[in-house]
Design a protein around this ligand. Structure first.
Ligand SMILES: Nc1ncnc2c1ncn2[C@@H]1O[C@H](COP(=O)(O)OP(=O)(O)OP(=O)(O)O)[C@@H](O)[C@H]1O
Length: 224
């Protein structure tokens, strides 16, 4: 599902460099990503989603080489295949929670927001404990509620690949378990691959495999 080879990445003008010689994820695998703050975990998710482009090396998702695509093609791939739960949620403040959850339908080519889509979004929101909150704007929701809206948005189109950046970070223990159960169940139902960054080591036994970022070479301050 994901194949990374000889990847090197630096932010323009920045002094951080991430190097990953090889990393593969099989279809349907559920993989956790751990590692100290600032080691490049979010950067990796951005590279896989085509939000960032490697300085050298390749990133493939299914049979498509994301790293060779232009902006429009990367956007299309994201819309078609990837559900991304961003660490800072990245909800659109001018849209209600409901419309945020439905947003992937707006940007996917040739798919309309019909009654079925609305029902799916509502059911997903209910299973995340968001009843009564769907007409609110993100600013009128708690951090944990915003995080759940972000998760619903990532899952609503049953993507082939779910990238989750600390998707349970703002939740209390009961909600954390419930949301993780939902994320795993949804991914398994549709054979989706899940790559989830977490600082919560208690969650690790639930995953098929753990990638530890301490194993990759990062450099700071211009060192090679
Ligand atoms: N847009 C950017 N421009 C320049 N440097 C950046 C940018 N975004 C992140 N960085 C730097 O890249 C490094 C890796 O950041 P990243 O967010 O990927 O780490 P992380 O492992 O996800 O951290 P955390 O666990 O704290 O979320 C950090 O040193 C960070 O300061």
């Amino acid at each position: 599902m994901i194949r990374i080879e000889n990847l090197s990445f630096s932010y323009p003008g920045g002094d951080f460099r991430l190097e990953i010689p090889r990393l593969t994820l099989e279809p349907g695998e559920k993989v956790a990503v751990v590692g100290p703050s600032g080691t490049g975990k979010t950067t990796l998710l951005n590279l896989i989603a085509g939000i960032s482009v490697p300085t050298s090396g390749s990133v493939r998702v299914d049979d498509q080489t994301v790293s060779d695509m232009n902006d429009a093609a990367r956007r299309a791939l994201r819309a078609a295949k990837i559900g991304f739960v961003f660490q800072d949620f990245a909800l659109l403040e001018y849209l209600s929670a409901r419309e945020n959850i439905l947003f992937p339908y707006r940007i996917a080519a040739g798919i309309r927001i019909d009654a079925r889509a609305r029902t799916r979004a509502e059911q997903l929101a209910l299973s995340c404990g968001l009843e009564g909150k769907l007409d609110r704007r993100p600013g009128a929701l708690s951090q944990g509620e915003q995080q759940r809206v972000a998760l619903c948005r990532a899952l609503v189109m049953n993507p082939r690949l779910v990238l989750a950046d600390e998707a349970t970070g703002n939740l209390d223990p009961a909600n954390k378990t419930a949301i993780l159960d939902l994320m795993f169940a949804r991914s398994s139902d549709h054979g989706a691959t899940l790559l989830a960054v977490t600082h919560d080591h208690a969650l690790l036994p639930r995953f098929d495999r753990v990638i530890d970022f301490s194993d990759f070479r990062q450099s700071q301050g211009g060192a090679a």
